[in-house]
Design a protein around this ligand. Structure first.
Ligand code: OSB
Ligand code: MG
Length: 374
């Protein structure tokens, strides 16, 4: 496989409704799309880095610059036979997993099209339907949150996750449980708590939660192990798991009982599969997280979620929860049973709306392979 050129595009897309976590509120997204031209076949992927360095140190400007200056040229001069080969080629660059994942996933996308197989099968998926939950951000009022939960339950979603932070946690959970005693419910702190909050976190045990996601620092495993030993509720790690070695450490240290697997966070599909496999061997279920993706990233999340150890409903939900109009066709839809079908069409099964993307593009750059002249 020869990567002839890589195209970077930045799109601006307003969210239908703001999305607020313990690290801040997002009203609209700057989306970085990567297109790899591989032997005439275009592979597309979305870089899930945010607008600012808040979920992790990566943001779209670091991803853009790192791809242009280093990862792109490395990939185009390397010998890569398939998407999986690209991770080794890019390993010399430390970190920048979201930037690497965008490139690697674009190659997998192209490879699936070249081989005429569904991407989910190429990744090793074993089911053609995935289970969906929703992640609901911090709202302006408790009433607004309860309304949203009601809407999502009516739509069929199998699990509700709410964002929490000090001041928006136990009271909210108590109200949800008073109204819906039996739903699958979890919460995500995005690193909002510290060990001094232990007694407070213990109160979460009263709400029969499926899990509490990333309570402590984004780079910590050890303190989470200490916390897990003192909580009944399962801890799920998100930010802390950057690769399969982190997953091994977290499992060995009993820092969590569940892992949220995000392909961008771990650097691409091949490392995501490695994390998946380590967790499967360790008896730890995974589920697929989300990063407010457009249909391009969402379609890749659907494909990944078909692997066997994705045993809990993920955060992969319908396009229309976030976007007025998605950049793929059909948009991602969720059934009334809270499921998404993985298509049997080659590639992702979703078509790129190129004209629409062109209209939304505010910045574009093409990086070309350096050919040595004779
Ligand atoms: O921690 O899972 C997270 C969105 C942005 C950054 C971090 C997270 C999230 C979500 C959204 O929870 C999930 C989604 O895309 O629907
Ligand atoms: Mg999370």
């Amino acid at each position: 496989m020869t990567v002839e050129s890589i195209t970077l595009r930045e799109l601006h897309l307003p969210l239908k409704h703001f999305f607020e976590t313990s690290f801040g509120r997002t009203e609209s997204r700057r989306v970085l799309l990567v297109t790899a031209n591989c032997d005439g076949v275009e592979g597309w992927a979305e870089c899930v880095a945010g607008d600012g360095p808040f979920f992790s140190y990566e943001w779209i400007e670091t991803a853009w610059a790192t791809i242009r200056e280093f990862l792109g040229p490395i990939l185009m001069s390397a010998q890569v036979e398939c998407g999986a080969d690209s991770a080794a080629a890019m390993a010399r660059v430390r970190g920048h997993n979201m930037a690497k994942a965008a490139l690697e996933n674009a190659l997998w996308d192209a490879e699936a099209k070249q081989k005429n197989v569904p991407l989910w099968r190429l990744l090793g998926g074993t089911r053609n339907e995935i289970a969906c939950g929703v992640s609901i951000g911090i709202q302006n009022s408790h009433a607004q949150l309860l309304d949203k939960i009601e809407t999502e339950l009516a739509a069929g979603y199998q699990r509700i996750k709410i964002k929490v932070k000090p001041g928006w946690d136990v009271d909210v959970l108590a109200q949800i449980r008073a109204r819906w005693p039996d739903i699958l419910l979890s919460c995500d702190a995005n690193s909002a708590y510290r060990p001094k909050d232990l007694d407070h976190l213990r109160r979460f045990d009263g709400f029969n939660l499926l899990m509490i996601e990333q309570p402590y620092w984004e780079d910590d495993i050890l303190q989470h192990a200490s916390l897990q030993g003192q909580l009944k509720t399962a801890i799920c790690l998100d930010e802390s798991i950057r690769n399969s070695r982190d997953a091994s450490a977290a499992i060995e240290l009993k820092a969590c009982r569940i892992i949220n697997l995000k392909v961008g966070r771990v650097g691409g599909f091949s490392e995501a599969i490695a994390v998946h496999n380590i967790c499967e061997q360790g008896g730890i279920p995974v589920w697929c997280g989300g990063m407010l993706e457009t249909g391009i990233g969402r379609a890749h999340n659907v494909a990944l979620s078909t692997l066997p150890n994705f045993r809990l409903p993920g955060d992969v939900s319908a396009s229309q929860r976030y976007w007025h109009e998605d950049i793929v066709e059909p948009e991602i839809v969720v059934s009334s049973r809270g499921t998404i079908d993985a298509s049997d069409a080659p590639g992702t099964g979703y078509e790129i709306k190129k004209d629409f993307i062109q209209r939304l593009t505010v910045r574009k750059e093409v990086i070309r392979r350096q050919t040595t002249s004779a």
